[in-house]
Design a protein around this ligand. Structure first.
Ligand SMILES: Cc1ncc(COP(=O)(O)O)c(C=O)c1O
Length: 360
């Protein structure tokens, strides 16, 4: 009998998401667990987004706008691009998958960093696309090595900036060089899910570098600073030709009506975004300082999480934190590190105290 699925799909395991916080809390017998595991906004959604979502609820018997017209129109104005240069996604996750699905085949090749956002590899495996996972250097994407990994078969190269799980970034000069030097047929994807949290003076906004390269897709999301992770909205900006191909392969109603309405309203709440940003930067710096003071090594983060090397097997530390009701993110392939979302000041205090106790 012929194989039911691609051999690479046979190798895949379903994505292991964390347990719902209520379930964990029940299991652990704690009533006030804090989840610092998925890089969500600890301040919650904007009240304006919440109100817009509520208003939309009564129309849930209608399909959403398949073209996300109003949202794309607004995003086009925000970024100074044409509507035809934007495609909406069910989270930017769907767009990452769609990019591989649309532009790569088992006969081509893709490049990404390691460790980087895991979806690049998952998509490659799902569609049977050969890939090169280029190790980070000093915990940052090694863009020179990534450019060198490009072959005549390479169709897509992914860069998460800032990167997940390390939170580190690559600077403007290196990104500009990459955009200029990689052969023009390759689509470079700048995945900027956390860009609103960055404050490094050399951090490049790829939306402003589009003149350097035709085949550039810039990915953004409403899941992080906009606080809408549960609604699933992201978007890609790129040349109309690439966006047109992605529109052919995506599901017609990929972003729900409530999600579209909330995203549109969230864009208007600049005060909520600004507060989310400043509190994150303040607490990110404090977490970094205090973890360093515990003698731990912390990667310089530009995101809403920190990546800390606990200098011993991380799993027992993770388990000890869990028992104290603090949920962080371990990685099987990075056995001494934990990724910790920057929470509210209170959440972070609780994490720091629990960690110090776990390490004693
Ligand atoms: C680098 C990066 N890109 C994309 C995503 C996907 O986010 P979403 O699908 O919620 O937009 C994430 C989520 O954690 C991420 O870390």
């Amino acid at each position: 009998m012929s194989a039911l699925v691609l051999p690479t799909v046979e190798m895949l395991a379903p994505y292991e998401a964390g347990k719902p916080i209520e379930e964990l809390a029940r299991e652990l017998g704690v009533t006030d667990a804090v989840k610092l595991a998925s890089n969500e906004n600890p301040l919650g959604p904007s009240p304006r987004a919440l109100e817009a979502a509520r208003r939309e609820l009564a129309s849930m018997h209608f399909y959403p706008d398949a073209a996300a017209y109003r949202l794309r129109e607004r995003l086009a104005a925000v970024h100074g691009v044409a509507m035809e240069e934007i495609v909406q996604g069910n989270g930017s996750n769907e767009l990452l998958d769609l990019i591989v699905h649309t532009f790569a085949t088992p006969g081509s090749h893709i490049v990404f960093g390691e460790p980087a956002f895991v979806v690049y590899k998952l998509a490659a495996l799902a569609y049977g696309v050969p890939f090169t996972a280029v190790p980070l250097r000093d915990q940052r994407h090694d863009l020179e090595a990534m450019a060198a990994a490009v072959t005549p078969k390479t169709r897509v190269l992914f860069v998460a900036n800032p990167n997940n799980p390390t939170g580190t970034h690559v600077g403007r000069a290196a990104v500009e060089r990459l955009l200029r030097e990689v052969p023009p047929e390759v689509i470079i994807v700048m995945d900027e899910a956390y860009i609103e949290y960055t404050d490094a003076p050399d951090f490049p906004d790829s939306m402003r570098l589009r003149h350097l390269r035709e085949r550039l897709l810039v990915l953004r999301t409403f899941s992080k600073i906009y606080g809408l992770a549960g609604l699933r909205v992201g978007y890609a900006v790129g040349p109309a030709q690439l966006i047109d191909y992605m529109n052919r392969t995506r599901a017609p109603f990929n972003v729900g009506a409530i999600a579209q309405a909330a995203a549109l309203a969230a864009l208007d709440d600049t005060e909520h975004v600004e507060r989310s940003r400043s509190e994150n930067i303040r607490e990110r710096d404090r977490l970094t300082r205090e973890l360093t003071a515990l003698g731990l090594s912390v990667a310089p983060s530009q995101a809403n999480f920190v990546f800390v090397d606990v200098g011993r097997p991380a799993r027992p530390v993770y388990d000890a934190l869990l028992r104290k009701g603090v949920i962080v993110r371990p990685f099987g392939n990075l056995p001494t590190s934990l990724r910790v979302t920057v929470g509210t000041e209170r959440d972070n205090d609780r994490f720091l105290e629990s960690l110090a106790a776990a390490l004693r």
